[in-house]
Design a protein around this ligand. Structure first.
Ligand code: FES
Length: 331
């Protein structure tokens, strides 16, 4: 189901977004606040914002999203965020690989490229069946509108399809063929990947073998509602004081040795409002800069190498390694 959000005029300046970003919704369930992120699927900075909320059985947000809310209801939502973004240049060709719901941020990027540049896109999009293929109407409309600049190859894993290359999941073997037959000659300016971790790993491994510069490869792992990533549970090995700056305000809180709390958990316990959504190292909503000290980051499914080099961390995954930690959300 696509939700279209009408942003109150007062909040419009806050709800400026870049293609590929997402919204995080809050909802109270049995007295507990839950948060869920959904990628924005329409043209950046349109009058309304649209997100696709795919129903997941038992999903605490996605199930009621289909039935409980009525047109005209008010929902609580954070400003657009996310670092899997694209600002297209002219006269380029981009390659995009998506699977399932991974199409959502990619679709926003396609609108951006088609409507705001003269560049080309080759999209490789995997689903189980035609019926389950998300956003196919929007993609067909885009293809009709930009037949010369948008190429779409559909892959189906659970339905017969004539051409062998397109039968089955997008995997390393298929990506290697696509690279050799199509992409190598196109001088691709940027690769954008979104889907399950396995697909992203396979595409990246082929591109690495082909010598593609990893600086032009961008990815975001898609996490279904309720899906849990592997967690390496650890506890703080020392007492640590944390200074955090958000929106120009600096606060201090502590994590005690032996506590099973990340930098984010301890801040929330101290009633400091740090941004977060998935708490699984995937969405990067909790990303901030580590200004001083060291942390042990348990999982990272979202930050790219250049972000790590610049000192960005995910607070939902970070345990203190030094007595003093200084982090900055404004940097
Ligand atoms: S809250 Fe999603 S990565 Fe930390």
């Amino acid at each position: 189901m696509i939700w279209t959000l009408d942003i109150p005029v007062y909040f419009k300046p806050t709800f400026i977004w870049q293609a590929g970003q997402h919204l995080t919704f809050k909802k109270e369930v049995n007295g507990e606040e839950i948060r869920r992120s959904y990628s924005i699927v329409n043209q950046a900075n349109s009058d309304d914002i649209q997100v696709l909320i795919k129903k997941v059985d038992g999903g605490l947000f996605s199930e009621p999203a289909q039935s409980e809310y009525q047109i005209g209801d008010t929902v609580e939502v954070m400003a657009p965020t996310g670092h899997f973004v694209m600002v297209p240049q002219d006269d380029k060709t981009y390659a995009m690989f998506a699977a399932g719901s991974g199409i959502t941020p990619i679709l926003g990027m396609i609108y951006e490229v088609m409507n705001n540049s003269n560049s080309h896109i080759n999209l490789y999009y995997g689903n189980s069946t035609v019926e389950s293929t998300l956003m196919k109407t929007q993609l067909a409309d885009l293809k009709d509108q930009y037949p010369e600049r948008l190429s779409i190859s559909y892959f189906l894993s659970q339905e017969p399809i004539d051409v062998d290359l397109y039968a089955g999941r997008i995997n390393a073997e298929k990506v290697a063929k696509i690279y050799n037959n199509e992409l190598e000659a196109l001088d691709i300016a940027g690769y954008y990947l979104c889907g399950p971790g396995g697909m992203i790993d396979e595409v990246k491994s082929v591109l690495a073998k082909k010598g593609v510069n990893d600086k032009i490869i961008h990815s975001e792992q898609f996490l279904s509602e309720g899906q849990v990533m592997s967690e390496k549970k650890k506890t703080a090995t020392l007492d640590s004081g944390v200074m955090v700056t958000i929106d120009g305000v600096t606060s201090r809180y502590e994590i005690k040795q032996g506590e099973d709390k990340t930098l984010l958990d301890a801040a929330l316990d101290a009633k400091i409002k740090m941004p977060y959504s998935c708490k699984a190292g995937v969405c990067a909503t909790c990303r901030c800069k580590l200004v001083e000290g060291e942390v042990d980051m348990q999982n990272n499914y979202s930050l790219e190498d250049w972000e790590l080099e610049k000192g960005y961390i995910l607070t939902c995954q970070s345990l203190p390694k030094t007595k003093k930690i200084v982090i900055d959300y404004d940097g």
